[in-house]
Write a protein that binds this ligand. Sequence first.
Ligand code: DC
Length: 230
Amino acid sequence: MKHHALAIDGPAGAGKSTVAKLVAKKLNYTYIDTGAMYRATTLKALRSGIDIEDPEAFGFLDSTKMEFKKGILFLDGEDITMPIRSNEVSNNVSVVASHIPVRNKLVALQQQIAESSNVVMDGRDIGTVVLPDADLKIFMTASVEERARRRHEENLSLGIPSSYDKLKSEIERRDKIDSSRSYNPLRQAEDAIYLDTSDHDINAVADMIYNMFTVVTTKRSKDNGKQNGQ
Ligand code: DC
């Protein structure tokens, strides 16, 4: 791997994206929200009216452009930050993300991005499938109640109508689909560090991960230098 990578995996609402954004900023790395890519695929599928249950109906991905600019995902040139957070997309994304052709396509794209830049990538299968050689892997989680509370606040701050109880049951439903799908399910990589963020301030968690990452990458650079006789 020519570039450095930090992989952050975990269930919805564990604080991954907030932490990933903070750490990416501190490291001056590119932040890649892979969940946004599955959401963008779902949005395009819903807009075009294809049968989202059909794994073979996603051929449109071959001619779809997904690009991150300053952490914002553009779908065929459109900033889709708001529409990918709609309830319609949230309620259909797990099905779309369970399709093998969709996963293969998006994983390849994610690997390509990591080949060309230093990244902080968050998702469900980054440490296990997308970037098995990442410098550091974190598996972040929090209680269902805390995760629903965080998503609720996030929605409100974005001006999206939100109900805590509904979010909680949706999160439980999505956790179940994401962890029980047969292909690339949500699971902790053997060499990932497990972090329960329920009782921790997100800024403190970000600082801790940043420090760990710096230690690991500095050590790796030194080891590589020794191997090369430097
Ligand atoms: O993190 P999020 O809620 O935006 O993710 C949206 C959906 O995409 C979620 O149901 C899990 C799925 N996903 C996935 O299967 N693999 C990833 N690497 C990222 C997200």
